[in-house]
Design a protein around this ligand. Sequence first.
Ligand SMILES: *Cc1c(COP(=O)(O)O)cnc(C)c1O
Length: 408
Amino acid sequence: MSNHKSTQLLHLDRQRNIEHGSLHQPIHTSIAYGFNEAQGLAEVFQNKRKGYAYGRASNPTVNALEDKISLLEDGIASCCFATGMAAISGTLLSLLQRGDHLISSAFLFGNTNSFFNTLTQLGIEVSFVDATDVANIKAAQQKNTKAVFVETIANPRTQISDLVKIGDYCEQNNLLYIVDNTLTTPSLFQPKSVKASLVINSLSKYIAGHGNALGGSVTDCGCFDWSKFSNIYDIYKKKEPSLSGILQIRKKGLRDMGGSLSAEVAHKIAIGAETLDLRINQSVQNALQLAEFLTQQEEINKVYYPGLSNHPQHRLATQIFKGYGSLISFELDESIDCFDFLNKLNFVIVAANLGDNRTLAIPAAQTIFYEMGAERRQSMGIAEGLIRLSVGIESFDDLQADFENALA
Ligand SMILES: *Cc1c(COP(=O)(O)O)cnc(C)c1O
């Protein structure tokens, strides 16, 4: 078999011996599965054999996608959800308990930030720290700290977490290390390489890629010793402890909370994932050129992109990522109204998504970061005139012409 993930991914379904030599895992629409012997159904319920019982907990089409995500992340098992937020909330609510403490990056996807505020209402303490320096993680650690949560590249200001050192720190202190890899995807970065315990991906973004499917996943990298994690329920403790974490997530976080991915959507995401490498390489190249172009414009005061040599974590990004991602944000000169500017763009669409094939722009403070208020925005470095771009796969010439025109 090939050593290249992109080749392996294209051939993974065929290894399942699908009827008629089908190249794709079929879309299984049934939510129930019949057993000729009642014992078989009982064994599936008791986790004594692999199989399917009810669609909310597992489905063969979704399972084929889970295998693909595990392949891409080099993980031991994955669990898919209906959205990225369902993956994040299902994972944390199934693994943390009242009285636990979570250390989180302060530079966080807006809805994750909002959800972590909900966790504090449920009696789970959360400390938001500047995760670009492991020293801040150390300073925040308490006796009841259970987990550390970071994103690879933060949205919108593109700060990069101190991923390598946080991995070492979590390993030494036996902390669960959860990395949201959405902005880099396994194509540019595998969090397993920095000893992540669990990797979150919003499949809605680059992995599905076409802005037509919502999904999320969590992958266990196999680095964490679950036998030392006191929150695993006895019933989910396995003889082979490596799988007890993902089992508890699947039972408590997916089955009980019910944010299940449908088979139809899992199929769409799997098709999108086949071209992940091609798409992300094109968008990263476009982003690099566009970031350089934007820095040369008088009307633009600041450009944030990890591929620029003046980015504070440029060296780290160069060391550990295969590319700098396709998220750019910039601040227009105060003399320019950011809404007027956005309205003049033609190919670039004003829209809230990221990781689409199309280039999308959004005024961050007035939209996705509106709910958190001015003070928290300021602490995250989000200026009121900040525009976030998610660069797509168009021809670069067209993008450049669009910005030239809007700036003129
Ligand atoms: C979009 C996003 C999420 C949430 O994913 P959904 O699929 O929209 O629920 C989580 N984390 C990051 C970094 C994201 O960009």
